[in-house]
Design a protein around this ligand. Structure first.
Ligand code: HEC
Length: 139
């Protein structure tokens, strides 16, 4: 059979199943990862880059080791609750409330690691603790 013959045969078919399966696969390929938590790098690109790429509003720049050295020394237990809660010109969750606490934590770790640190993926227990600390801050 020629390839055009095959296409004719496929489009002439009245069975909707192959098309349904095709759309389901496309849907699954795009919808599932979007529904899951984003990586730190993806969160950075979607939300944090706007200020942290070139230090807008005096945000600590990605890769500015001098500036990040102090933040890294303060530690994740300080800087992640601040990123969740907001600090001075830095809005809560970078101004994107759709982000989960885990996603924000991953983005902080992504930026710190791009600036000299070597922090590991956060545990759910840690994320809960950071949320508590953020909520305890004065509004
Ligand atoms: C609208 C601009 C803006 C966006 C968007 C933004 N930041 Fe910031 N961020 C700032 C500024 C400004 C500071 C410095 C705040 C200060 O110390 O006065 C800062 C500081 C920080 C700090 C250091 C906090 C500390 O303890 O001093 C972290 C961590 C941080 N941002 C994480 C993030 C993450 C993660 C995102 C994305 C989810 C993000 N930021 C998005 C402006 C922004």
């Amino acid at each position: 059979m020629t390839s055009s013959g095959l296409i004719n045969k496929m489009s002439a078919s009245s069975d909707p199943e192959p098309a349904m399966r095709f759309f389901f696969l496309i849907f699954a390929a795009f919808a599932l990862p979007a529904a899951a938590d984003m990586s730190g790098g993806d969160v950075y690109d979607s939300t944090c880059r706007e200020c942290h790429a070139d230090g807008k509003l005096n945000a600590p720049k990605l890769g500015d080791r001098e500036r990040w050295k102090k933040l890294i020394r303060e530690g994740l237990d300080d800087i992640i609750p601040e990123a969740l809660h907001g600090i001075r010109e830095m809005p809560a969750k970078g101004g994107n409330p759709a982000l989960s606490d885990l996603e924000v934590a991953r983005a902080v770790i992504f930026m710190a690691n791009a600036s000299g640190a070597r922090f590991a993926e956060p545990t759910p227990a840690k994320v809960k603790q950071w949320r508590k600390k953020a909520d305890a801050k004065p509004r």
